[in-house]
Design a protein around this ligand. Structure first.
Ligand SMILES: C[S@@+](CC[C@H](N)C(=O)[O-])C[C@H]1O[C@@H](n2cnc3c(N)ncnc32)[C@H](O)[C@@H]1O
Length: 288
């Protein structure tokens, strides 16, 4: 199958796909990814409205909080795959894991994360309301957010390049020889893969980073065919349904523990993508 994916004005193709160049075309698309715009589109109200129970970001934070407090996910090393310029996905994890590795394909995103880590200003996002919200979920005063920020800075051991399309997504010496205890990955695999088989292969690649019986917490888009990674940067996405997510996980050696689905309310459909829902999947690796 051959198709082209066009930019916001529908004149300039963002990516041109053929059967052989899908992964390379995706990598080319990402060269124009704009972290500040992406954060603005997805991590401000209405998508991040902490006063609303049906806002997407509080839903994601609640899923992660629950997963990390059930008691079965534990160990020393957690890796977040395709962190992008965001930190929300490791706010609960840093209470359980002493060593958190953030990863992204793009230097601009790794730079954004380093700016927060170094705490010297210049960040495109203020994560304070996120830290406060997760403190509340943990039964702490919102004013404990500074302690939480300090804990997260201490836990982040490195910010590394990653490529989920490589059979070895991280540098060979990035992890302990036994593998990571847990992986988190949010909105990465479906937004960087040219098609469903590539998505499933990428799941298999990241699964190899886990120790036997290690956990994967996967959050992703349902029914999405594109999102904007910046003004005019239209990035194609593999449109997934719940059944496809479950089949791909099974094929890649994972045993599903829980799948939760969120349907986007009409007013969260703000024109930066065509996502209709979000899944949260908790699983452990059985074959690796
Ligand atoms: C939709 S963003 C998700 C960012 C963040 N995890 C979140 O929850 O908002 C997809 C991320 O995948 C990264 N990416 C692009 N190509 C990749 C690849 N081949 N391997 C791993 N990550 C990749 C992008 O740089 C981007 O940060």
């Amino acid at each position: 199958m051959s198709s082209s994916h066009r930019g916001i004005n529908d004149n300039e193709p963002s990516c041109a796909f053929s059967p052989d160049n899908g992964v390379a075309a995706m990598a080319a698309c990402y060269q124009r990814f704009d972290p500040a715009a992406y954060l603005q589109y997805n991590y401000t109200p209405p998508r991040a409205d902490f006063e609303r129970k049906d806002s997407i970001v509080p839903w994601k934070l609640a899923c992660l909080h629950r997963a990390f407090t059930e008691g079965d996910v534990s160990g020393e090393v957690l890796v977040d795959i395709g962190s992008g310029p965001t930190l929300y996905q490791v706010l609960s994890a840093c209470e359980v894991f002493n060593k958190v590795l953030l990863t992204d394909f793009l230097e601009v995103n790794r730079q954004e994360l380093r700016r927060w880590l170094q705490d010297e200003g210049g960040c495109n996002m203020d994560w304070t309301p996120y830290l406060q919200h997760v403190c509340k979920l943990e039964g702490r005063r919102p004013s404990a957010w500074m302690e939480k920020a300090a804990k997260l800075r201490q836990a982040i051991a490195d910010i590394l390049p990653v490529d989920v399309h490589s059979p070895q997504p991280l540098a060979p010496d990035a992890l302990p020889s036994g593998g990571a205890d847990c992986l988190v990955s949010c909105f990465c695999l479906e937004s960087v893969s040219p098609d469903l088989p590539a998505f499933t292969r990428a799941l298999g690649h990241i699964g190899r980073l886990l120790r036997p019986s290690g956990h994967l917490l996967l959050i992703g888009a349902l029914g999405e065919s594109y999102y904007f990674g910046g003004p005019g940067v239209k990035i194609p996405v593999v449109p997934l349904n719940e059944g496809q997510v479950c089949d791909s996980l099974k094929e890649s050696g994972f045993t599903l523990i829980r799948l939760e689905v969120y349907t986007l309310p009409q007013d969260m459909r703000v024109g930066v993508d065509d996502v209709t829902g979000v899944f949260f999947a908790k699983q452990r690796i059985t074959l690796n």
